[in-house]
Design a protein around this ligand. Structure first.
Ligand code: FES
Length: 182
């Protein structure tokens, strides 16, 4: 779904409670899951930064509008108490997580996993990993906001992963051969 900045939408929000009893509502997207294949074994759900604002956003957002953390649904510092639909204003069109540059992910696992995903289809612009909607990016690309797989929009095929600095996987991970030959 394409959201328009400034408009209000009903979106899923995780209700979390701090050790001191403070309640926060964090907009989320995608399924609750863990990713042992890439070294993320704790169950979690991803924060949807499109609907973040205020002090919580300041604490969790990167400069690129992505986030460096997730809502941990078990064993987290803050207690997760459920997902509820809430009205939230859209503040940006980009959402996602910066896995690489914040050191949140053991890169070794990701490097082993990525080649297994390259070549898979993302029919209907749904990521083959967890089925979430991929986002359109400049250059005819699609980007998965959960774990940064990148697809060619025309063929709906995974070609690599986002490196975190405005380019597709050219430095860290894998380069699609047909693109490199040009
Ligand atoms: S859901 Fe994991 S990369 Fe798309």
């Amino acid at each position: 779904m394409t959201y328009k900045v400034g408009r209000i939408y009903r979106v899923p929000c995780a209700r979390v409670v701090s050790p001191g009893g403070r309640i926060e509502w964090l907009p989320v997207h995608g399924p609750e899951h863990s990713d042992p294949e890439i070294g993320a074994t704790t169950r979690h759900i991803h924060i949807d930064t499109r609907f973040m604002r205020g002090s919580t956003a300041a604490a969790t957002l990167t400069g690129a509008g992505t986030t460096h953390t997730a809502v941990f649904t078990e064993g987290g510092w803050w207690e997760f108490t459920g997902i509820y639909q809430r009205l939230r204003r859209c503040h940006r069109t980009r959402t996602g997580i910066d896995l690489v540059h914040t050191g949140r992910l053991p890169t070794k696992y990701y490097e082993e996993w990525l080649p297994r995903m390259v070549g898979k289809r993302c029919r209907g612009r749904r990521c083959p990993h967890r089925g979430v909607e991929m986002q359109e990016c400049p250059g005819g690309l699609l980007l998965c906001p959960l774990h940064n797989l990148v697809a060619d929009a025309a063929t709906e095929t995974i070609i690599g992963a986002y490196s975190g600095e405005g380019k597709v996987c050219r430095d860290l991970l894998i380069t699609p051969p047909e693109k490199e030959e040009k």
